[in-house]
Design a protein around this ligand. Structure first.
Ligand code: UT7
Length: 330
């Protein structure tokens, strides 16, 4: 059996937080944000929308487009760093309940912005080992719930949203996900971290007073490793599969910063028109960024059945990975 990506879907909350709104909240300005990041606006979920609500709505679209009955789904995996609940139940379980599924394996993974590439690696293994047949994978984030809106170095970057895909078993090798490479190095953990509310710095008054529950990032240091790793990721997976950038129809890098995407794209010789760029309107949505970008390209007709997509991700951990995925949907 081979694993095939049969559909893509996404959901973004309706509320827009623009750079001009942020100018009123912290000491920043539109010009700085656009020049340093390429971001113009991001979406923010409402108070009563949890991560699973975003993931559920993205999942509905992916299920409908895959043309399967939801009851055929035998595994749900959600990648998120902003789960509905800190420990349990998992966001994947909450999504399964919203879908009305009562007997399906469901769990979350935490791989930060590389979450969607890790999901593809997992789904591929479950299918190739003949364990599961129709897997719903979801990258969903309500990053506004772990963003410090008094910290100008991070609050300008992040947004909320979700993307989902159905990965199904197929006997047709032409539809198969070609390859996934994923890795991590925890020695870089401190550079991009949510230090509080876990077992290390539990939910206590003194930790909350220091805002440890929010994301902290040494942006400049992360930037350098991100460019280097996102580039070497692509070189490695193309070489391993005896391909060049010319064989790739669509390049979908993690949407963290326009300057990072541009540096990687030019080094690797991907034309602009083949490169996903949605950071401008959504900001960085961590595990949701790649499937949201893929969804927008699909909806605008820029991804068609049979196209070879190259996904490229990097995030907290550090985690990183790339995937060569043929679009097997309609
Ligand atoms: O998704 C996971 C991976 N994440 C990333 O890949 C993010 C990687 N990092 C970045 O994208 C960039 O490092 C940032 C966009 C976060 C920052 O851009 P930068 O060009 O690295 O700026 P910087 O941190 O070196 O700061 C330059 C200056 C500083 O002032 P001084 O020291 O030069 O006077 C900052 O204090 O800009 C200042 N600054 C700001 N000014 C206006 C920092 N944030 C802001 C702000 N508005 N929001």
């Amino acid at each position: 059996m081979y694993a095939a990506l049969k559909s893509i879907g996404s959901y973004v909350p309706s509320r827009v937080l623009s750079n001009f709104d942020l100018e009123k909240m912290v000491d920043t300005n539109n010009e700085w944000i656009v020049k340093r990041t390429g971001i113009k606006e991001r979406r923010i979920a409402s108070e009563d929308e949890a991560t699973s609500d975003l993931g559920y709505k993205a999942a509905l679209k992916a299920i409908e487009r895959a043309d399967i009955d939801k009851n055929e789904i035998d595994l749900i995996i959600c990648a998120t760093i902003s789960p509905d609940y800190l420990a349990m139940p998992s966001t994947a379980c909450m999504i399964s309940a919203k879908l009305g599924l009562k007997d399906v394996m469901a769990f979350d993974i935490s791989a930060a912005c590389t979450g969607f590439v890790y999901l593809i690696a997992l789904a591929k293994s479950f299918i190739e080992s003949n364990t599961k047949k129709n897997i719903l994978i979801i990258g969903a984030e309500k990053l506004s719930s772990i963003t410090d809106y008094t910290d100008r170095t991070t609050c300008i970057l992040f947004g909320d949203g979700a993307g989902a895909a159905i990965i199904s078993a197929t006997e047709d090798k032409n539809e198969a996900i070609v390859d996934v490479m994923a890795s991590a190095d925890g020695n870089y953990g401190d550079l991009l971290i949510t230090p509080g509310c876990g077992s290390k710095n539990p939910i206590r008054k003194e930790n909350l007073e220091q805002n440890l529950q929010y994301m902290k990032m040494k942006g400049n240091e992360v930037f350098k490793v991100a460019v280097k790793t996102l580039t070497s990721d692509v070189v490695a997976i193309l070489e391993k599969n005896s391909l060049t950038s010319k064989d790739v129809d669509v390049f979908i890098p993690h949407q963290a910063n326009y300057r990072i995407i541009e540096a990687v794209r030019t080094k690797l010789d991907f034309p602009v028109e083949k490169t996903a760029l949605s950071v401008e309107k959504y900001g960085n949505t961590s595990s949701a960024s790649i499937p949201m970008a893929m969804n927008d390209l699909y909806e605008s007709g820029q991804i068609k059945k049979g196209d070879l997509m190259l996904l490229d991700a990097f995030g907290g951990g550090f985690t990183w990975g790339s995937a060569l995925v043929r679009f097997a949907g309609n």
